[in-house]
Design a binder for this molecule. Structure first.
Ligand SMILES: NC(=O)c1ccc[n+]([C@@H]2O[C@H](COP(=O)([O-])OP(=O)(O)OC[C@H]3O[C@@H](n4cnc5c(N)ncnc54)[C@H](O)[C@@H]3O)[C@@H](O)[C@H]2O)c1
Length: 359
């Protein structure tokens, strides 16, 4: 019997995930049975495109569909209720980043998943970027020596908070929405939790446009080894920029340095229909023609979503519980680290001082 999978949230990123899970369904890896969203038009679109059942109430979907696994793709600040409800019904969970925009809520989700013995997988796909995987290996093998400092930026075009997430941008921030990717990544790369953060932020442009959120947040983390890494996150890159997101990381150590430019992967396009040149990140997500499954998305963003399914499938087919699953993945406990890093970065902006981080 194939595992039964559902999705909660069929908005912008939910649609990306639904497309990826439909590819797995067509490859006969899962039985993708239903989608829940509070908006009927979102469900109608899914039904029309994929022929998948829709529910306006995710609890009704949980009760009627007897899911093995669910992917939760609701706005950043709305993850908790759905995670708790799914966990209490014994359903394994993939939840979008950030796990939560609140440390205590994150802890409640982790405790509930543990109490119900279900997987809580946080979709930190930067860990699946081959450039980052290779960087981690180089660090582990000591090729960079002792890490001294590093720099990261992740920036969105201003259309993201002003058009895409206009209704909930004020409940998030560039650090919660973007920075969190790299807060998790630097923790994963260095293999240690930072113990101090100092951050600054600006509220100018978005506030002038009626959105009460930060334009940008710059957070510098210090690790117990002495390494310091600065992470810039921003929501105000001009719409004339050549891709929706700009992102890079560079790490410097006593014996080496390494840079990964995740924005410019050397693929540039110019179409009469697009108006300006486009820089494309084909590693992230690319629609390809699979000889068996037809048109499917591939890339590290998809890989992360599918890895969750593979882990759950392994537990089901091998008849094993979570504690016997020998696999590394972005767990709730690990996601708590970036949640603490992010909340403390916001507190540092607010109080204008260095904050200590404890876990
Ligand atoms: N990993 C990535 O690269 C990436 C990219 C974009 C967004 N995201 C994350 O995905 C999540 C969703 O973002 P999005 O861009 O899809 O937002 P969105 O606003 O486009 O979509 C959210 C959807 O959730 C639905 N929803 C809200 N409350 C619900 C509920 N109680 N039950 C069912 N449906 C509900 C909304 O109706 C909407 O359709 C966020 O946490 C965001 O940070 C991740």
């Amino acid at each position: 019997m194939k595992m039964k999978v559902g999705v909660v949230g069929a908005g912008l990123y939910g649609s990306v995930l639904i497309n990826a899970y439909y590819g797995a369904h067509r490859r006969s890896e899962i039985d993708f049975v239903a989608v829940a969203d509070v908006k009927q038009d979102a469900l109608d679109k899914v039904a029309k495109t994929y022929g998948i059942r829709g529910y306006l109430d995710y609890n009704e979907m949980f009760d009627k569909e007897q899911l093995d696994a669910v992917a939760i793709v609701t706005p950043d600040f709305l993850h908790e209720a759905c995670v708790l409800d799914a966990a209490n019904k014994g359903i394994h969970i993939l939840v979008q980043k950030p796990l939560s925009t609140d440390i205590e809520a994150a802890k409640r989700m982790i405790a509930c998943a543990k109490a119900n013995k279900v997987m809580l997988y946080v979709d930190f796909h930067k860990r699946f970027d081959p450039g980052h995987m290779q960087l981690r290996r180089a660090i582990k093998e000591g090729k960079l020596g002792q890490i001294e400092y590093g720099y990261v930026c992740m920036e969105d075009k201003i259309l993201v908070p002003t058009e895409w997430f206009k209704t909930w941008a004020h409940n998030s921030s560039p650090a919660w929405f973007l920075g969190i990717h790299f807060f998790d990544l630097i923790y994963w790369l260095l293999g240690e939790k930072p113990h101090k953060v100092y951050a600054t932020g600006h509220k100018k442009k978005l506030v002038s446009l009626g959105i009460d959120s930060y334009d940008s947040i710059q957070a510098k983390f210090e690790f117990p080894s002495g390494a310091t890494i600065s992470v810039d996150s921003s929501w105000i890159i001009p719409n004339s920029f050549c891709s929706v997101v700009n992102q890079q990381i560079r790490i410097v150590g006593t014996d080496g340095m390494q840079e990964v430019d995740s924005q410019d992967r050397g693929v540039v396009a110019a179409y009469e229909s697009s108006g300006s040149s486009l820089v494309i990140n084909p590693y992230g997500q690319l629609q390809v023609d699979d000889p068996v499954a037809g048109s499917i998305p591939v890339g590290y963003t998809v890989e992360s979503m599918l890895y969750f399914l593979r882990l759950v499938n392994k537990m089901i087919t091998d008849g094993i519980g979570l504690k016997d699953l020998k696999a590394e993945y972005p767990t709730g406990d690990e996601a708590l680290v970036s949640t603490i890093m992010c909340q403390k970065a916001h507190e540092s902006v607010e109080y204008g001082r260095i904050m200590d981080l404890s876990y």
